[in-house]
Design a protein around this ligand. Sequence first.
Ligand code: ADE
Length: 233
Amino acid sequence: MNFHILTLFPDMVLDGLGTSITGRAVKNGLLSIEAVNIRDYAFNKHQSVDDYPYGGGAGMLMQAEPVFLAYEAVAGKLAKKPRVVYLSPQGRVFDQNMARELAKEEDLILLCGHYEGIDERVLEEIVTDYVSIGDYVLTGGELPAMVMVDVISRLVPGVLHNDVSAEFESFQDNLLEYPQYSRPEVWRGRQVPPVLLSGHHANIEKWRREQSIIRTKERRPDLLAKCDLPEDE
Ligand code: ADE
Protein backbone atom coordinates (compact mmCIF):
# COMPACT_ATOMS: atom_id res chain seq x y z
CA MET A 1 0.00 0.00 0.00
CA ASN A 2 1.23 3.49 -0.83
CA PHE A 3 0.70 6.47 1.46
CA HIS A 4 1.24 9.96 0.05
CA ILE A 5 1.29 12.66 2.73
CA LEU A 6 0.91 16.28 1.62
CA THR A 7 2.47 18.38 4.37
CA LEU A 8 4.53 21.45 5.30
CA PHE A 9 6.60 19.24 7.63
CA PRO A 10 7.82 16.22 5.66
CA ASP A 11 10.63 15.43 8.13
CA MET A 12 8.17 15.12 10.97
CA VAL A 13 6.13 12.38 9.29
CA LEU A 14 9.08 10.60 7.67
CA ASP A 15 11.08 10.53 10.92
CA GLY A 16 8.14 9.21 12.90
CA LEU A 17 6.97 6.62 10.41
CA GLY A 18 10.49 5.63 9.35
CA THR A 19 11.10 3.92 12.70
CA SER A 20 9.76 0.74 14.26
CA ILE A 21 7.21 -1.44 12.48
CA THR A 22 6.17 0.98 9.74
CA GLY A 23 9.84 1.71 8.99
CA ARG A 24 10.60 -2.00 8.70
CA ALA A 25 7.57 -2.53 6.43
CA VAL A 26 8.83 0.22 4.13
CA LYS A 27 12.28 -1.40 3.98
CA ASN A 28 10.65 -4.76 3.19
CA GLY A 29 8.66 -3.20 0.34
CA LEU A 30 5.24 -3.85 1.91
CA LEU A 31 4.48 -0.14 2.20
CA SER A 32 5.67 3.07 0.68
CA ILE A 33 5.40 6.35 2.54
CA GLU A 34 6.00 9.48 0.53
CA ALA A 35 5.93 12.97 2.07
CA VAL A 36 5.30 15.74 -0.44
CA ASN A 37 6.36 19.19 0.75
CA ILE A 38 3.55 21.60 -0.13
CA ARG A 39 6.06 24.45 0.11
CA ASP A 40 7.82 23.07 -2.98
CA TYR A 41 4.69 24.15 -4.88
CA ALA A 42 4.64 27.73 -3.61
CA PHE A 43 4.34 30.12 -6.52
CA ASN A 44 5.95 33.26 -5.13
CA LYS A 45 9.57 34.10 -4.54
CA HIS A 46 9.30 33.90 -0.74
CA GLN A 47 7.96 30.35 -1.00
CA SER A 48 5.10 31.30 1.30
CA VAL A 49 1.99 29.15 1.18
CA ASP A 50 -0.26 31.10 3.54
CA ASP A 51 -2.27 34.31 3.35
CA TYR A 52 -4.87 36.31 5.28
CA PRO A 53 -8.48 35.10 5.24
CA TYR A 54 -10.98 37.21 3.26
CA GLY A 55 -13.45 38.77 5.64
CA GLY A 56 -10.85 39.08 8.39
CA GLY A 57 -10.35 36.97 11.47
CA ALA A 58 -7.46 35.48 13.36
CA GLY A 59 -4.55 33.70 11.75
CA MET A 60 -3.52 32.68 8.28
CA LEU A 61 -4.87 30.17 5.80
CA MET A 62 -3.04 27.76 3.52
CA GLN A 63 -3.64 28.89 -0.05
CA ALA A 64 -5.41 26.72 -2.59
CA GLU A 65 -2.88 26.60 -5.42
CA PRO A 66 0.19 25.05 -3.69
CA VAL A 67 -2.05 22.39 -2.15
CA PHE A 68 -3.62 21.65 -5.52
CA LEU A 69 -0.27 21.43 -7.31
CA ALA A 70 1.09 19.07 -4.62
CA TYR A 71 -2.03 16.92 -5.06
CA GLU A 72 -1.67 16.90 -8.84
CA ALA A 73 1.99 15.91 -8.58
CA VAL A 74 0.89 12.75 -6.76
CA ALA A 75 -2.47 11.98 -8.41
CA GLY A 76 -1.05 12.58 -11.89
CA LYS A 77 1.23 9.55 -11.45
CA LEU A 78 -1.56 7.17 -10.44
CA ALA A 79 -3.74 5.08 -12.73
CA LYS A 80 -6.88 5.56 -10.63
CA LYS A 81 -8.18 8.69 -8.87
CA PRO A 82 -7.14 8.13 -5.24
CA ARG A 83 -9.08 8.81 -2.07
CA VAL A 84 -7.89 12.02 -0.46
CA VAL A 85 -8.25 12.31 3.31
CA TYR A 86 -8.20 15.77 4.87
CA LEU A 87 -7.29 15.56 8.55
CA SER A 88 -9.58 17.87 10.47
CA PRO A 89 -11.46 17.96 13.77
CA GLN A 90 -14.56 18.49 11.57
CA GLY A 91 -14.21 15.00 10.06
CA ARG A 92 -15.78 11.64 10.85
CA VAL A 93 -14.00 10.15 13.87
CA PHE A 94 -11.42 7.55 12.85
CA ASP A 95 -11.94 4.03 14.18
CA GLN A 96 -10.91 0.44 13.46
CA ASN A 97 -13.75 -0.05 10.94
CA MET A 98 -12.65 2.97 8.92
CA ALA A 99 -9.06 1.67 9.06
CA ARG A 100 -10.19 -1.71 7.69
CA GLU A 101 -12.02 0.00 4.85
CA LEU A 102 -9.10 2.29 3.95
CA ALA A 103 -6.61 -0.61 4.11
CA LYS A 104 -8.26 -1.92 0.91
CA GLU A 105 -6.96 1.08 -1.08
CA GLU A 106 -3.79 0.76 -3.14
CA ASP A 107 -2.98 4.47 -2.76
CA LEU A 108 -4.11 6.95 -0.15
CA ILE A 109 -3.42 10.68 -0.06
CA LEU A 110 -3.41 12.32 3.38
CA LEU A 111 -3.63 16.10 3.38
CA CYS A 112 -2.29 17.87 6.48
CA GLY A 113 -3.49 21.38 7.23
CA HIS A 114 -1.77 24.02 9.32
CA TYR A 115 -2.41 27.56 10.51
CA GLU A 116 -6.15 28.17 10.64
CA GLY A 117 -6.90 25.69 7.86
CA ILE A 118 -6.95 25.53 4.06
CA ASP A 119 -8.83 27.57 1.45
CA GLU A 120 -12.19 25.82 1.13
CA ARG A 121 -12.14 25.75 -2.67
CA VAL A 122 -9.25 23.31 -2.97
CA LEU A 123 -10.83 21.08 -0.33
CA GLU A 124 -14.04 20.99 -2.41
CA GLU A 125 -11.96 20.14 -5.47
CA ILE A 126 -9.85 17.25 -4.17
CA VAL A 127 -10.97 15.88 -0.77
CA THR A 128 -13.01 12.67 -0.68
CA ASP A 129 -12.97 12.01 3.10
CA TYR A 130 -12.83 14.34 6.11
CA VAL A 131 -11.33 12.49 9.08
CA SER A 132 -10.75 13.47 12.72
CA ILE A 133 -8.74 11.34 15.15
CA GLY A 134 -10.73 12.54 18.16
CA ASP A 135 -12.55 15.44 19.71
CA TYR A 136 -9.64 17.71 20.49
CA VAL A 137 -7.70 20.21 18.40
CA LEU A 138 -4.08 19.62 17.35
CA THR A 139 -1.77 22.21 15.83
CA GLY A 140 -1.71 20.44 12.47
CA GLY A 141 -2.68 17.33 10.55
CA GLU A 142 0.70 15.58 10.73
CA LEU A 143 0.19 13.64 13.97
CA PRO A 144 -3.31 12.55 12.88
CA ALA A 145 -1.90 11.43 9.50
CA MET A 146 0.79 9.44 11.31
CA VAL A 147 -1.83 7.83 13.52
CA MET A 148 -3.85 6.81 10.47
CA VAL A 149 -0.82 5.42 8.62
CA ASP A 150 0.19 3.42 11.69
CA VAL A 151 -3.27 1.95 12.27
CA ILE A 152 -3.89 1.12 8.59
CA SER A 153 -0.38 -0.29 8.03
CA ARG A 154 -0.70 -2.97 10.67
CA LEU A 155 -3.70 -4.34 8.74
CA VAL A 156 -1.63 -4.76 5.55
CA PRO A 157 -0.73 -8.46 5.25
CA GLY A 158 2.86 -9.16 6.28
CA VAL A 159 3.46 -5.90 8.15
CA LEU A 160 3.13 -7.48 11.60
CA HIS A 161 4.81 -10.78 10.64
CA ASN A 162 1.87 -12.32 12.39
CA ASP A 163 -1.39 -11.99 10.53
CA VAL A 164 -3.46 -13.49 13.32
CA SER A 165 -2.70 -10.76 15.82
CA ALA A 166 -3.54 -7.75 13.65
CA GLU A 167 -7.21 -8.50 13.75
CA PHE A 168 -7.25 -10.51 16.95
CA GLU A 169 -6.15 -7.80 19.30
CA SER A 170 -8.17 -5.04 20.87
CA PHE A 171 -11.35 -4.11 19.06
CA GLN A 172 -11.93 -7.45 17.39
CA ASP A 173 -15.67 -7.94 18.06
CA ASN A 174 -15.48 -4.56 19.84
CA LEU A 175 -13.92 -6.31 22.85
CA LEU A 176 -10.70 -5.19 24.53
CA GLU A 177 -7.73 -7.50 24.69
CA TYR A 178 -7.36 -9.83 27.71
CA PRO A 179 -4.44 -9.29 30.15
CA GLN A 180 -1.12 -10.93 29.26
CA TYR A 181 1.83 -12.13 31.35
CA SER A 182 5.42 -13.17 30.73
CA ARG A 183 8.25 -14.46 32.97
CA PRO A 184 8.80 -14.54 35.90
CA GLU A 185 5.89 -16.62 37.21
CA VAL A 186 5.87 -14.49 40.39
CA TRP A 187 6.83 -10.81 40.15
CA ARG A 188 7.05 -8.83 43.40
CA GLY A 189 4.58 -11.18 44.97
CA ARG A 190 2.14 -11.12 42.04
CA GLN A 191 1.32 -14.52 40.53
CA VAL A 192 0.54 -15.23 36.90
CA PRO A 193 -3.07 -16.55 36.80
CA PRO A 194 -2.67 -20.35 37.28
CA VAL A 195 -4.89 -21.26 34.29
CA LEU A 196 -2.24 -19.81 31.95
CA LEU A 197 0.33 -22.27 33.33
CA SER A 198 -2.03 -25.24 33.05
CA GLY A 199 -1.33 -26.06 29.41
CA HIS A 200 -5.09 -26.64 28.98
CA HIS A 201 -5.79 -24.71 25.79
CA ALA A 202 -9.58 -24.78 25.92
CA ASN A 203 -9.57 -23.44 29.49
CA ILE A 204 -7.07 -20.77 28.55
CA GLU A 205 -9.23 -19.62 25.64
CA LYS A 206 -12.32 -19.55 27.88
CA TRP A 207 -10.49 -17.53 30.56
CA ARG A 208 -9.19 -15.04 28.00
CA ARG A 209 -12.61 -14.52 26.50
CA GLU A 210 -14.10 -13.93 29.97
CA GLN A 211 -11.33 -11.48 30.81
CA SER A 212 -11.95 -9.59 27.56
CA ILE A 213 -15.63 -9.22 28.39
CA ILE A 214 -15.01 -8.21 32.03
CA ARG A 215 -12.34 -5.71 31.00
CA THR A 216 -14.52 -4.16 28.31
CA LYS A 217 -17.42 -3.86 30.77
CA GLU A 218 -15.19 -2.13 33.33
CA ARG A 219 -13.11 0.11 31.07
CA ARG A 220 -15.18 0.71 27.93
CA PRO A 221 -18.85 0.02 28.61
CA ASP A 222 -19.64 2.07 25.49
CA LEU A 223 -17.93 -0.61 23.37
CA LEU A 224 -19.69 -3.46 25.15
CA ALA A 225 -23.00 -1.90 24.20
CA LYS A 226 -22.03 -2.39 20.52
CA CYS A 227 -21.10 -6.09 21.02
CA ASP A 228 -23.36 -8.81 19.82
CA LEU A 229 -22.55 -11.36 22.55
CA PRO A 230 -24.34 -14.71 22.72
CA GLU A 231 -26.82 -15.27 25.63
CA ASP A 232 -24.40 -17.28 27.81
CA GLU A 233 -21.67 -14.65 27.60
N1 ADE B 1 -6.17 18.65 12.99
C1 ADE B 1 -6.29 19.31 14.16
N2 ADE B 1 -6.93 18.58 15.07
C2 ADE B 1 -7.26 17.39 14.48
C3 ADE B 1 -7.95 16.23 14.89
N3 ADE B 1 -8.45 16.10 16.12
N4 ADE B 1 -8.08 15.24 14.00
C4 ADE B 1 -7.60 15.35 12.76
N5 ADE B 1 -6.96 16.43 12.31
C5 ADE B 1 -6.78 17.46 13.15
